[in-house]
Design a protein around this ligand. Sequence first.
Ligand code: NAI
Length: 386
Amino acid sequence: MSQLISVIGAGTMGSGIAQVAASNGCQVTIVDSSQPALENSKSKLKSILNRLVEKGKINEEQSKSILARIHWTTKMDEISNSNMVIEAIVENLEIKQNLFSEMESLVSDICILATNTSSLSVSKIASVCKLKSRIMGVHFFNPVPLMKLVEVIPTEETDKKLLSEVKSSLEGWGKSVVTAKDTPGFIVNRVARPFYSEALKIYEEGLADFATIDWAMKEFGGFRMGPFELMDYIGNDVNYSATKAVYDGTNHDPRYKPSPIQKKLMDEGLLGRKSGKGYFDYSENAVNPEPNKNEKLGQQIFNRILALLINAAVDALHLNIATRDDIDTAMTTGVNYPKGLLKWADDIGPNSPLEQLKELHTQSGNDRYIASPLLIKKVEEGGTFY
Ligand code: NAI
């Protein structure tokens, strides 16, 4: 890409994006309004690079040149020569809009402006700008240097040529790039919702405890982490706001309704690993419950969660949020699912999740189990996704 990259926001995401850009030969300017945030970003990057040298992943010289390519500053006007600016500041529409107006006044007309927002509408952020064709979402995943996926989000007004230039540059950085429509949660944060919410529903119904549900998803689904350990890892506040953003953004689609348990944990400060306690206890001598390794129960839990995940993926395809391949790539490279969900639907046959959903809907009367029209169509036509 663009050799001169500016990143606004020196937090978790901005620092990661800067590291990846500089490691791929770009000159990077990181701007943050907070001097301590810049110092923290710099010292963290130094220790990350030292670790990479110790592990033999890069040599001393590479580490030095990566650092030398990054410049940390509080001065916004230093972005003026950039070919691309990636915004990664606080997740607040008004603050991001103000920043985009300011950025527009500082850079040239050919500079690409991107936002790393995870839950706001890219077109709403862009709405305050005069020149909208060079604005897009470029959604990285945390930790940026390790997670391969980047969701690129054009608005109705984004220039298609610029979009494909950005995509190929990101691929050049070693990223796996998918295109998503400017819809709540884009691909991953939307399609993954049932992994958490249906697990919470199963717990709410008293069918199984956290440890058993986690065991079922790992044992029968091959997921690297169960829903509860993953929520604790992500942070229950972050996960709750992602759910709420999708729920609000879809006009309260019952399939994305947040669980009251998740809200309660957040309100009580039980945020997961970062606070020492969430669904599990992370204190030194804590004893966490053992799963009930009942095969029949485990299989039942897995089938149920998988049916809802497949339904969410099929519905994303139905709504043209992304292509079949991009939906599957997003889930395998963004959240490490063992298999793409549409591929999974083909492997077990689309009839299986549909029957599961119908049964759950009949039993509960809850519209969260309404099947996507495309899933119904596939079953009726006897077709597959691949
Ligand atoms: P963070 O809180 O770690 O960092 C944000 C930084 O922006 C802070 O250093 C803050 O001082 C700075 N900042 C705030 N307002 C500013 C302004 N007006 N001008 C300059 N600097 C300003 O946040 P994080 O986690 O890095 O998130 C940044 C963005 O990336 C958010 O939009 C978030 O939704 C998105 N995102 C976050 C992910 C995550 O897992 N943390 C994953 C994907 C996207």
